[in-house]
Write a new protein. Structure first.
Length: 244
């Protein structure tokens, strides 16, 4: 009887050990997935007019990051996607220079791979090549022969080699990102879904202004961290502005 009980006990131990061994790899895999998340804890918050500047602790290191303006509290733990590193960045809105700061596109209080549809925050569209299709509602009348956004995208190779003027309505503006103002204009034309032209400039404009910019376009511009433009007009001059 003793031998039978001992034998049963050994069998139960083996079965239990097998279950534990089968479970551990899955737990380890889940742990690895979690550690791959970009995540930090907020230790300080400075609110600007456009951005929220956060001092954070990540991997036992302190650093500064900037996100689109949103309510954030000390102690919050946030997950994020991509970060664009800037050195010697001066923020005019808070009058402070950061030796190194990271501009972050999207932050969330939950892991991004768990709830991609409910991501919170996000960097303004200063670095995104297009605006949402719902914003393509601008209509302006242009004289015959005046350059349109459709012309630029259709004949982009030609326009990249010469300086020209283009008129449109401002649909989005992000000020002082990488030392420039990023302006999105539309004129009601487009091709292949490209109805929005991004322009970098030192000029100040507002959403709704009808503007004329002068400059050259750059093709396939890559700013890193996933911010890529097929077509962008850089360092343009503001020729005229009609306030809305």
């Amino acid at each position: 009887m003793y031998k039978e009980r001992f034998f049963i006990l050994v069998i139960l131990v083996i079965i239990f050990s097998s279950c534990v061994r089968n479970k551990n790899p899955q737990q380890m895999q889940q742990s690895v997935i979690q550690t791959k998340q970009n995540v930090f804890e907020v230790t300080d918050v400075i609110q600007g007019s456009t951005y929220t500047y956060l001092q954070v602790k990540e991997n036992m290191q302190d650093r500064w990051v900037a996100i689109a303006k949103k309510e954030v509290n000390k102690g919050d733990v946030l997950y994020y996607d991509e970060a664009l590193q800037m050195t010697d960045f001066h923020s005019k809105e808070i009058d402070r220079t950061f030796d190194v700061i990271y501009f972050i596109n999207t932050v969330s209080k939950t892991p991004l791979n768990q709830q991609p549809a409910t991501m919170e925050g996000g960097m303004p569209a200063a670095h995104s090549g297009k605006v949402a299709a719902k914003d393509a509602e601008v209509e302006i009348t242009k004289p015959e022969g005046e350059v349109s956004i459709a012309d630029v995208f259709t004949n982009k190779a030609d326009y990249s080699s010469k300086e020209f003027e283009i008129r449109g309505v401002v649909v989005k503006v992000n000020e002082q990102v990488m030392g420039k103002n990023w302006v999105h204009i539309q004129d009601g034309t487009g091709t292949g879904g490209n109805f929005d032209l991004t322009i970098t400039t030192q000029a100040k404009v507002q959403v709704g202004d009808e503007v004329v910019f002068k400059g050259k376009i750059t093709l396939e511009k890559d700013f890193g961290a996933g911010y890529f433009y097929d077509v962008i007009m850089e360092d343009a001059s503001l020729i005229s502005k009609k306030v809305s």
